[in-house]
Design a protein. Structure first.
Length: 238
């Protein structure tokens, strides 16, 4: 059965409106109409519809999955497929991070962390997700939230260590896998031979991060790493 007559009728009755895009698309004209239509579906039918929509998107846009990753994550989550929702949440976070959309990246990584915890994912998957989420929050200037992510990561590492042992090894493996920035030059070498210093007189705020080379002595264990970030945020680290 063709959808065109049905869509035309819904458009005529002003329940839907055509969205002007490169591809044919329709949206509910009013949010209340959307909520009423969605609420009228039985729970089982909602799950089925979300799954159908997710599969349709994958089939229609196989070369644009990064672009639709956030939408796919939502549909798979509502369809009860946590494994696919987790994969697409992480993919959506990576896509947002690549274009420096730090708020969106943090939100999507946080969703991935929640899905990973709910599905009982292992520590090898959890730690990179915690780090990605925390790093996106740092880059967005949300240092308190980033610290909360790192503390949650440390707590999760301890829980896993209590069951299997080796929290220090797990955290060391995770952090050592991350690229480290090059050490900064000594202060005495700035402007050497010129008699001046770049940006002289301009205060530079130091952003605390576990990617900072000064954090190296602290990141071998979860608790000292979190303590470093807390003290650095307060300006107590050199």
């Amino acid at each position: 059965m063709s959808l065109a007559p049905l869509l035309a009728e819904l458009d005529r009755t002003q329940l839907l409106r055509e969205v002007v895009e490169a591809e044919a698309a329709y949206a509910f004209k009013h949010a209340l109409t959307h909520e009423t239509a969605y609420g009228s579906l039985l729970r089982k039918r909602r799950v089925e519809v979300h799954g159908i929509v997710a599969h349709a998107i994958e089939q229609l846009y196989p070369d644009r999955l990064d672009e639709h990753a956030a939408m796919l994550a939502r549909h798979y989550r509502e369809a009860g497929n946590d494994a696919a929702a987790l994969a697409y949440s992480r993919r959506a976070g990576d896509a947002a991070a690549c274009v420096h959309a730090h708020a969106e990246a943090a939100e999507r990584y946080c969703n991935a962390v929640k899905l990973a915890l709910r599905s009982g994912a292992g520590i090898d998957m959890l730690l990179p997700l915690y780090i990605s989420c925390g790093r996106s929050q740092e880059l967005g200037g949300r240092f308190d939230e980033a610290l909360g992510q790192y503390e949650a990561m440390a707590a999760e590492a301890r829980r896993c260590a209590a069951r299997a042992g080796g929290a220090d090894r797990l955290c060391r493996h995770s952090f050592d896998a991350q690229p480290r920035p090059r050490p900064r030059e000594r202060r005495g070498s700035l402007g050497a031979g010129t008699g001046t210093r770049p940006n002289a007189g301009r205060p530079r705020r130091r952003i605390p991060s576990l990617m900072d080379p000064d954090a190296a002595p602290f990141i071998q264990r979860p608790a000292p790493a979190c303590d470093y970030l807390r003290r650095a945020s307060a300006g107590h680290c050199a």
